[in-house]
Write a protein that binds this ligand. Structure first.
Ligand code: MCN
Ligand code: CUM
Length: 795
């Protein structure tokens, strides 16, 4: 952390008002920008060996035989392990986060291209990779299920014949809302609009791929695992359960992480392979995926085929929405969502509108693809939900010939309706939507843009303006409703103030680039008056931090941030009692101002938090009943989720000759309640908007009819760079969360959730002269070109 003197212009000292001010520099950046980050692949241990995984070249096949003898004979190879060997250890299968099982190494069949079949442990990475080539697997290739629409055909091959009595590819049916009430509203509505809307399969593609270093100490049976994990505590418990290792002998360390975006929530087979490798060789074992392994076998997202329907009055009062979803979950149901929510928080598909009824029916199926539905800045499927509602509202605007902004404003939930219970049972904590929308309109110069569009259209130019408005539900638990494999979604936090008034706060969440070392110091600083520079934030090590469920669903600020504020208040309460002893007045006569307790009416008589810290540890008596030391620990169980919202406006130009879409402008106004660090929020929003450009225009993990993954490299799976995105124009409003101690809501996924519909709405708006009401992502030049020429949409 910079001292006041080193602070560049614009980065003012706000030590006594650390939240929401200025542009406080990130504590973690000095090490990152000097190349001193410590990522999993930087971990080097004496005698460390390297693990490489053999993966299936085909999507669906029975394994006839595996011959490992040549690989075992390789001079640098220390172990070759197959599914059969893991079966003997009882480790061939592991539970997924959604109660399914997943093969660590295939035993009977391979079920997707890229599935783990065997692994090699060797002296170096090259030898391990070379030895994979020496393993001979004979496959009896089976027909794959690739098109999700055929997965439930009676003739479809059964993928999960490992499951007792399983005769089809059905995973679950799920519904929410009131079917009959919704039907009644639809039956009597003036206008009903329906549209088939596909959210394609995409990948989070973080800069750092997944990996780990496992060190099993045979002497005291201790396992230390450095791993790319967004939830080290939950992972530790799962390893204990799966591998039968005692939990107190397991230490999971997640050091610096190069982006997670949800893809590092699950436990992947590679982690288990490295652990087994270390157990069998008695040496530390490193496993790091390459890019292609990451893209083809880990953490896919979305893959929802949705039919959206909306009912309204002729003058644009939205009455109800209804949707039917077919969800492609790949070969193992690896969805990471609270157990009671098999479709994540998709239930918020009613959006930001005051409706009379809503209903969703969903069917999830297996296909011969990598386990999908995992994540990617999704707030647990809210990306899909927001895309559905914001697209279908635009379809309605098209049919009613109404301005999409006017239609939205007309239907917003009103400020006096909060807390607002939606027709699918979610209780939105707070919101004030119209000012947020108006701010975005003002920043964009909406009226002027519409005038410009009329002129350009007259000249045959294709300009589009797209709007989206979203409400997210972030910050899971409460624990009574939300758990992952039985672990309740709450978070611990511990704060220790040292004698000299410096402090350390220990979190149960784990940053992957979100800047927790800075923002959590700010939260504690705000509550306890110690400058952020004097507060060290410890996270990502189960031996060093209290138990909690980790970072995803933008839950760190809503849950762990609340824990940090409350633990600081707990310490402050104790400090107050100690101060009353020091100043010889009653507790009630003390006032807390800027890091010190003052005697009311006599501001000269005061003690700072630093004075109190020394006293708490020092010689002499403390007030009756007060133990020495100045520290506290809590476990925070949120009473509700927090519901951030935002209004986004996108302007695109389409080249009529090449169908290339250019995002000319993008205005994003976000409301995440109390803002802790505006610079970090801005960074989060910029990143998410870039995600949106990728998904809307470029990204898709596609498969050919044999189930070969067509997106296995960054040459095929295009992700946006600075060249494809505009200069983001951001703004904000502040509607605090009423139940969060400092009023903060999450923001880490807002822009990823909110931006795709704005961009697609803009492209479709640009194509209005062609009579187009909907087109599916990714809106690549070829898709836009086909749309312009009336070619039917791809299946
Ligand atoms: N923040 C703030 N004021 C608020 C809300 C948040 O200053 N009112 C700050 C937070 O304190 C934190 C950051 O913004 O430093 C993000 O906070 P939050 O919204 O609580 O999200 P999490 O910290 O829980 O991060 C998870 C979220 C998710 S789920 C994905 S996916 C995603 C995202 O964060 N992955 C990311 N942003 C990412 N950013 C980076 N660099 N890398 C990832 O992998
Ligand atoms: Cu859904 S991706 Mo984030 O929750 O880690």
């Amino acid at each position: 952390m910079t001292t006041t003197d080193e602070r560049p212009a614009g980065f003012e000292n706000n030590d006594h008002k650390p939240i929401g001010h200025g542009r406080m520099l990130r504590k973690e950046d000095p090490r990152f920008i000097r190349g001193r980050g410590n990522y999993v692949d930087d971990v080097q241990l004496p005698g460390m060996l390297h693990c490489a995984i053999l993966r299936s070249p085909v999507a669906h096949a029975r394994i006839v035989s595996i011959d490992t003898s040549a690989a075992e004979a390789h001079p640098k190879v220390k172990a070759v392990v197959t599914g059969a060997a893991l079966t003997e250890l009882g480790l061939a299968w592991m539970p997924t986060l959604s109660g399914d099982v997943q093969a660590v190494l295939a035993t009977d069949k391979v079920r997707f291209q890229g599935q783990e079949v065997a692994f090699v442990v060797a002296e170096d990475r090259y030898a391990a990779r070379d030895a994979l080539e020496l393993i001979d697997v004979e496959y009896d290739v089976l027909d794959p299920v690739v098109d999700v629409r055929t997965a439930l055909d009676p003739s479809a091959p059964v993928i999960r014949d490992d499951l007792d009595g399983k005769q089809n590819n059905h995973i679950f049916d799920w519904e929410t809302g009131d079917e009959a009430a919704t039907e009644a509203v639809f039956a009597s509505a003036d206008v009903v609009v329906s549209e088939d809307i596909v959210y394609p399969r995409v990948h989070p593609a973080p800069m750092e791929t997944c990996g780990c270093v496992a060190e099993y100490d045979r002497i005291d049976s201790r396992l230390t695992l450095w791993s790319t994990s967004q939830a080290p505590h939950a992972h530790r418990t799962l390893y204990a359960i799966v591998a039968g290792l005692p939990e107190h002998k397991i230490r999971v360390i997640s050091p610096d992480i190069g982006g997670g975006f949800g893809g590092k929530v699950p436990i992947y087979p590679g982690y288990v392979c490295a652990i087994v490798g270390s157990i069998v060789t008695g040496k530390p074992v490193k496993w790091m995926e390459d890019r292609s392994e990451n893209l083809t076998s880990t953490g896919f997202a979305r893959d929802y085929i949705m039919r959206g329907e909306i009912a309204a009055t002729r003058d644009g009062r939205i009455l109800a929405v209804r949707t039917n979803v077919l969800a492609d979950h790949g070969a193992f149901n690896g969805v990471a969502a609270p157990v009671k929510y098999p479709a994540g928080f998709f239930g918020v598909f009613t959006g930001s509108y005051d409706l009379q009824a809503a209903y969703c029916k969903m069917t999830a199926v297996y296909t011969n693809k990598a386990p999908g539905g995992v994540a990617y800045a999704c707030s647990f499927r809210i990306t899909e939900a927001v895309y559905l509602i914001e697209r279908i509202v635009d379809c309605l605007a098209y049919e009613l010939e109404m301005d999409p902004v006017e239609l939205r404003i007309k239907n917003f939930i009103q400020p006096d309706q909060f807390p607002y219970r939606t027709k699918t049972g979610w209780v939105y904590d707070s919101g004030d939507y119209e000012p947020t929308m108006r701010k975005a309109l003002e920043l964009a110069g909406y009226e002027e843009l519409r005038r410009e569009q009329v002129e350009r259209r007259a000249r045959g130019e294709l300009m589009g303006i797209g709007v989206s408005f979203f409400t997210e539900a972030v910050g899971a638990g409460p624990r009574k409703d939300m758990d992952i494999l039985g672990l309740g979604m709450a978070d611990g936090c511990e704060l220790r103030v040292h004698p000299t008034g410096k402090a350390v706060v220990r979190l149960s969440v784990q940053s992957q680039g979100q800047g927790h070392e800075t923002t959590f110091a700010q939260i504690v600083a705000e509550e306890i008056g110690i400058p952020p520079a004097d507060i060290d934030v410890v996270h990502g090590d189960t031996d060093q931090t209290p138990f909690g469920l980790g970072t995803y669903g933008s839950r760190s600020t809503p849950v762990s941030g609340a824990a940090a504020a409350l633990v600081a208040r707990k310490v402050r309460d104790k400090a107050r009692i100690i101060a009353s002893g020091m100043l010889e007045v009653s507790v009630a006569d003390l006032e807390w101002v800027k890091g010190a307790f003052h005697v009311k009416g006599d501001p000269e008589k005061s003690v700072t938090i630093q004075d109190i810290a020394m006293r708490a540890h020092g010689a002499g008596d403390l007030p009756e009943g007060i133990e020495g030391g100045l520290e506290a620990q809590i476990c925070y169980n949120p009473e509700n989720l927090t519901y951030p919202h935002g209004a986004y406006i996108c302007v695109v130009d389409i080249d009529p000759g090449t169908a290339q879409v250019k995002v000319r402008r993008f205005v994003a106004v976000d409301d995440c309640g109390t803002r802790i660090n505006p610079m970090i929020i801005e960074g989060q929003v910029h990143r998410g908007l870039t995600d949106g450009v990728g998904m809307a225009l470029m990204e898709m993990i596609a498969f050919d009819e044999d189930g070969n993954c067509l997106g296995g490299s960054l040459m095929d799976y295009l992700i946006p760079t600075a060249l494809e995105v505009p200069d983001w124009e951001t703004g904000f409003t502040v509607t605090p969360s009423p139940h969060h101690p400092i009023g903060a809501k999450g923001v880490g996924e807002s822009a990823t959730v909110g931006s795709p519909p704005a961009i697609v709405n803009a492209v479709v708006d640009a194509l209005k002269p062609f009579g187009i009401r909907h087109a599916d992502m990714p809106l690549t030049p070829s898709r836009v070109w086909d749309a312009m020429r009336g070619v039917p949409r791809p299946p």
